[in-house]
Design a protein around this ligand. Sequence first.
Ligand SMILES: N[C@@H](CCC(=O)N[C@@H](CS)C(=O)NCC(=O)O)C(=O)O
Length: 455
Amino acid sequence: MSSAERLFDLLQALRRRRRPVTAAQLAAELGVSQRTLYRDINRLKAVGADVEGEPGIGYVLKPGFLLPPLMLSEEEIEAVTLGLNWVRKGQDQGLSAAAGEALSKVASVLPAELRLRVDDSPLMVSNPWFKASASDPGSLRRAIRAGQKVRLFYRDRKGQTTERIVWPIAIGYEDAKRTLIAWCELRQDFRQFRLDRTQSIDCLEARYPNRRSELYRQWQASLLPENVTSGVDTGPVHKGKERINMSSPITFYTNPMSRGAIAHWMLEEVAAPYQTEILDYGTTMKSEQYLAINPMGKVPAIQHGDVIVTEAPAICTYLADTFPDAGLAPPQDQRGNYYRWLFFAAGPLEQAVTLQSLGHQLSEQEQMRFGCGTLATVLDTLAGALRTRPYITGSQFTAADVYVGSHIGWGLQFGTIDSRPEFIDYWNRIKDRPAHLRVDQFINKYAAQQTWAES
Ligand SMILES: N[C@@H](CCC(=O)N[C@@H](CS)C(=O)NCC(=O)O)C(=O)O
């Protein structure tokens, strides 16, 4: 590496940081000795870079030192051109125009042979296909810069329009949608608002009291509740006799985007103390430690003292029996419907829906052999039961409703179960239970964390 390249890399390493960085760190990062690094720092200072600091304490580059125009590498030109072209094609007219301007400025300071890399970039950006927003994102960006409150007229998931005063702190850009992240005065919590669902945005004179950076930090910290960890932190797995120790904490293994949501709902219903371990598909879910819990490498699973339970319906039943105060298991002599519909949903319903989603039509011969028969018969049977009573076992909500209801709720959402009135009424009856809403909120936070948390 030439000494000019080395100096350039050092300058970049300093420019990336706002806090002092030690010579040892810089030397390791750039692959040079500390002696060379001290010499290079002095050479940078000699050409006018305002590098503050001392050996042993750390260095920081003061703003204002501009790179000569030629110091953009070919990779950097491609990165800048691609990024600016992406913004130029966006829906925000202000940003789009600014990106066009910035691109021509970049091109104008490059030597002719490199200018072509901007004008004739081989890296293409597709035409946008995100959902259009009725409101101008530019006004939101200005409100964020100025720390101004904003009045939103917003259509929520149920299609109802609500008016909110919010403190905007960031806008998230995803492929298909734009999301405003803000503190909501109504909810007294952070909320995300899809810009395609906003009907109007008024920037108010009033400023919000906190610093934006502080609110942003709080929002990042709020993305997952505290009793959640990632990875597999298993307690001792006993191969011998199972014993329930009621005082043992429950460890709940899940991924929020999975059938784990069913077990989670049940845990919330029985109000048992539990610790959540989030496992990732294909990695921690297939780790040696977790295979000792569930050799299937699937979630959900719970460990309660020495007892391990896998399979969502089994977890629901186990929790209902183990925490009888929650009143979610019918008395022993009234469990016909309870067992029947739990097993019906875990067997025929799940099987028929899965076959249908794979596009597999069973022949008449196969229908006799497969436990589910046809999806139409399965749904007729289930709808017939729900027509006669509010909950799947009768007049009381039970663990069977957590399980059967979850299947129906998903089926309606993803279109794998017909929107029959019996199913819609039943789902509306149970979906706003506080325990279910808490799980919903957890899943939303997890989804936000996956999308927006800083890595
Ligand atoms: N029969 C199990 C099914 C569990 C299951 O298939 N879980 C999926 C997520 S919904 C899973 O863990 N898949 C990961 C994998 O198979 O690698 C139950 O009802 O709990």
